[in-house]
Design a protein around this ligand. Structure first.
Ligand SMILES: Nc1ncnc2c1ncn2[C@@H]1O[C@H](COP(=O)(O)OP(=O)(O)OP(=O)(O)O)[C@@H](O)[C@H]1O
Ligand SMILES: [Mg+2]
Length: 426
């Protein structure tokens, strides 16, 4: 550009006037800020560079490849992978859904699914793949602020302007501009809520976004015509496959208890991938520990969450606690009360009596717990607490609840069960 200006006897300042840019802006480009495509096009026209400046910009546009490695030994989730493939197949149609929201309980495998699929289809996004951990549920930090995430994304895409002084709205607009002509896959992992995600979304073009979250994000799905994928626990067979993949044939052949013990182990781990991975890691680390031994350790309910831990952070208890902390006080109280019942199912009416709240309030609290994926909705007014979450909540009861209040809650429920026409409260 310097040469072209010289040839035409133009100073940078004169050229700024001619092109309609401020001298300050031009000086930034001169000192290394990557120019935008529009800027390059304008310069190209004015300096009659026959597309050479434009081509230079094109070759400077970074193609981010930010996806972390996919999970080795990934199993199952065929239905969800097909659903994502079907969305991608329709990407170029007008009005097509360009966002998939993967929701599910802590440690159920949302990130693993998102990454597995993202790697499978990365070649379909020639302008790159972006990945951000939004920190919605983490031990060491608050959810990331959208303006910070925008800065990160804009830098990764080679923003032509200094992002620092821009506010949230301008950053979001710039991201939309930068993505408008590109085919980029954006994985927004571990979202706290819809509001955190909304400013990060492309406006048009052929980008695709995968969001994962422990919370249901219906507002996001409605606002964006996004498709929601609810990820549940693995089946017996998938859980066994996960263990086989992780442990390898030789380890299993050497363990006579493995043949029958694997299904038992899957069940003790509540079919939860995180728990299964931790169990597998124990077996790998200690070659003398048999599958049967581990099942026996897990049989002691008081012990189970202690066993399902590798260290302070990689532990089922810790991972659950990040979600628990995010619940409202009343939601936490209801979760703890439900765990005292030790029954597999519970109805709204029973929860209302147990917690001494109106039926409608119980309904609302149960709905919130389902949205946080701390409780499963079985249909109608029936709910189930997953057994590992039940053990976690029972531990919280020990720490947080007053014995007299607990006894009063149980007495209320027993009296109601005896009076009520329903045969049981559970
Ligand atoms: N389908 C799968 N096949 C094999 N391993 C899996 C699968 N899904 C999850 N895992 C393993 O289980 C563990 C938990 O998975 P992951 O981190 O994806 O869960 P998550 O739902 O994203 O958890 P969080 O709610 O904490 O974000 C990881 O070690 C992951 O590798
Ligand atoms: Mg995750």
């Amino acid at each position: 550009m310097e040469r072209l200006l010289l040839r035409r006897g133009l100073s940078w300042r004169k050229f700024a006037d001619l092109a309609g840019y401020t001298p300050g802006w031009l000086s930034k480009i001169k000192h290394g800020t990557p120019p935008s495509v529009d800027f390059a096009r304008r310069c190209d026209e004015l300096l009659e560079a026959r597309g050479t400046l434009l081509a230079l910009v094109g070759s400077n546009v970074p193609r981010p490849a930010e996806l972390p490695a996919a999970v080795a030994g990934f199993v199952g989730r065929r239905g969800h992978l097909d659903q994502l493939d079907a969305l991608l197949a329709k990407l170029h149609r007008p009005g097509a859904s360009r966002i998939a929201v993967i929701e599910g309980a802590p440690g159920v495998g949302k990130t693993a699914l998102a990454l597995r699929w993202a790697h499978d289809v990365s070649h379909r996004f020639p302008d790159g793949q972006l990945f951000v951990d939004l920190g919605g549920f983490s031990h060491d930090r608050f959810p990331a602020a959208p303006e910070d995430v925008l800065e990160e994304l804009l830098l990764a895409l080679g923003s032509p302007v200094d992002v620092g002084p821009l506010d949230l709205t301008r950053r979001a607009a710039l991201l939309r501009s930068m993505l408008a002509d590109r085919e980029v896959l954006l994985v927004l992992d571990n979202a706290a809520d819809s509001d955190q995600v909304q400013p990060l979304l492309p406006g048009s073009g052929c980008c695709f976004v995968v969001v994962t979250s422990r919370r249901s994000l219906p507002a996001l799905a409605v606002r964006t015509h996004g498709e929601r994928l609810d990820v549940g626990r693995l089946t017996d067979a998938e859980g066994e496959e996960l263990l086989r993949e992780a442990l390898g044939k030789a380890r299993l052949d050497a363990d006579p208890s493995a043949q029958k013990g694997l299904t038992e182990l899957v069940r003790r781990c509540g079919h939860l991938p995180l728990a299964l991975r931790i169990a597998a890691e124990h077996l790998i680390t200690d070659p003398l520990l048999s599958v049967g031994d581990l099942v026996r350790h897990l049989d002691e309910e008081n012990n189970r969450l202690d066993v399902l831990a590798l260290d302070d952070q990689v532990a089922v208890r810790t991972v659950f606690s990040w979600s628990y902390r995010r619940l409202a006080d009343e939601e936490r109280r209801v979760l703890r009360l439900i765990s005292t019942l030790k029954c597999t199912e519970i109805t709204t009416a029973a929860v209302a009596v147990l917690a001494a709240v109106e039926y409608e309030q119980a309904q609302q609290l149960l709905y919130s717990l389902v949205c946080a994926h701390m409780l499963e909705h079985l249909g109608g007014d029936r709910y189930r607490l997953h057994e590992l979450l039940g053990l976690f909540a029972a531990e919280r009861v020990e720490q947080e609840d007053d014995r007299a209040q607990l006894a009063a809650a149980t007495a209320r429920l027993e009296q109601w069960s005896a009076l009520d026409r329903l045969p049981t409260h559970c």
